[in-house]
Design a protein around this ligand. Structure first.
Ligand code: NAD
Ligand code: UDP
Length: 316
């Protein structure tokens, strides 16, 4: 199959491109390289069937594909808040442009949505039936509301035009190829620990997240895309239900590195969700998907990746 991956040069996108190529598909990686990099996909450059399109999804484009994974959008708060208007455009105009391709060529299309559609959730754990608790005018709104509109657009294209859509609600995902300066908690803590800096814990550190290793996430994403039509047009949570406070995460990294780490408390960002944990019954019943990588194993692999990067840049 010919598969278009928008945001294919990003953290998750580059793993997805690699897996799809490995399964014998032709892969078109479309990216504007805002938070992605050519380095993430350098190892794929010479693989037969791999091509790269330097394009911004807020602009229309004519492409042919059997399937489209729409991942293009900065995912870390510091990056999506850098140009919030652009973030909304990427989510809304980008979704319309990619849905336009799906409609024209009859492709199946998957939207990378997010647990952020639940906002600061009052229901715990979060099931797909929960409508969320999102501030429409806060610093996170460009991302949260942008992703919510994208879900609306996908669902309306399905209802109105019969497009074969998939919506995956991704919970915090980590692993190799996150950027060192990404700003997300797993990469921040690991890089700080390896450099001998204090770990920056925002607020009390009692807020919780559920961390999914990238290989598990990509597995769930491909299973959802491959799932029989007619069954799966509603959103599906994909994440690891293990729930950890940021204080516990710091201790896990301390245990993985086998050395005492110092922490520094910084103010909690505005609208930072207090808790997050997916209910994955739908994914396990419909797709037979459950994550298999423990946080300790996933952290070991991610630490290995950052160690190598810091050593090669002479920065450890
Ligand atoms: P990332 O920032 O590493 O990747 C995003 C990619 O999209 C980058 O390569 C970037 O250059 C590209 N991009 C951004 N705006 C674009 C535009 N207008 N046109 C073309 N390309 C554009 O982030 P990621 O963690 O790999 O996330 C991928 C997707 O998964 C995103 O849609 C994100 O919202 C979603 N998601 C990620 C997580 C997570 O924990 N990583 C959680 C929930 C949802
Ligand atoms: N966080 C932290 N220290 C950091 C970066 C993040 O304590 O250096 C906290 C952040 O306030 C949030 C959690 O870690 O409560 C997860 O943040 P991240 O940006 O990784 O993901 P998101 O908030 O989008 O779930």
């Amino acid at each position: 199959m010919r598969i278009l991956v928008t945001g294919g040069a990003g953290f998750i996108g580059s793993h997805l491109c690699e897996r799809l190529l490995g399964e014998g598909n032709e892969v078109v990686c479309l990216d504007n390289f805002f938070t992605g990099s050519r380095e993430n996909i350098a190892h794929l450059a010479d693989r037969p069937g791999f091509s790269v399109v330097d394009h911004d999804i807020t602009e229309p484009i004519q492409l042919e594909a059997d399937r489209i994974f729409n991942l293009a959008c900065p995912a870390s708060p510091i990056h999506y808040q850098h140009n919030p208007v652009k973030t909304v455009k990427t989510n809304v105009m980008g979704a319309i442009n990619m849905l336009g391709i799906a409609k024209r060529v009859g492709a199946r299309i998957l939207q990378a949505s997010t647990s952020e559609v639940y906002g600061d959730p009052a229901e715990h754990p979060q099931r797909e039936s929960y409508w969320g608790n999102v501030n429409p005018i806060g610093p996170r709104s460009c991302y949260d509301e942008g992703k919510r509109v994208a879900e609306t657009l996908f669902t309306d294209y399905h209802r109105q035009h019969g497009i074969d859509i998939r919506i995956i609600r991704i919970f915090n995902t980590y692993g190799p190829r996150m950027r060192e300066n990404d700003g997300r908690v797993v990469s921040n803590f690991i890089v700080q620990a390896l450099k001998g800096d204090e770990l920056t814990i925002y607020g009390s550190g009692e807020q919780t997240r559920s961390f999914c290793y990238v290989d598990d996430l990509v597995d769930g994403m491909i299973k959802l895309m491959d799932c029989e039509s007619g069954k799966v047009h509603k959103p599906v949570n994909v994440g690891n239900p293990g729930e950890f406070s940021m204080n516990e995460l710091a201790l896990k990294i301390e245990a993985a590195l086998g050395k005492k780490l110092q922490v520094r408390h910084l103010p909690l960002p505005e609208d930072d969700p207090k808790q997050r944990k997916p209910d994955i019954s739908r994914a396990s019943e419909m797709l037979g998907w459950v994550p298999t990588t423990t946080l300790s194993d996933g952290l070991d692999k991610t630490i290995g990746y950052f160690k190598q990067r810091l050593e090669s840049s002479g920065n450890s």
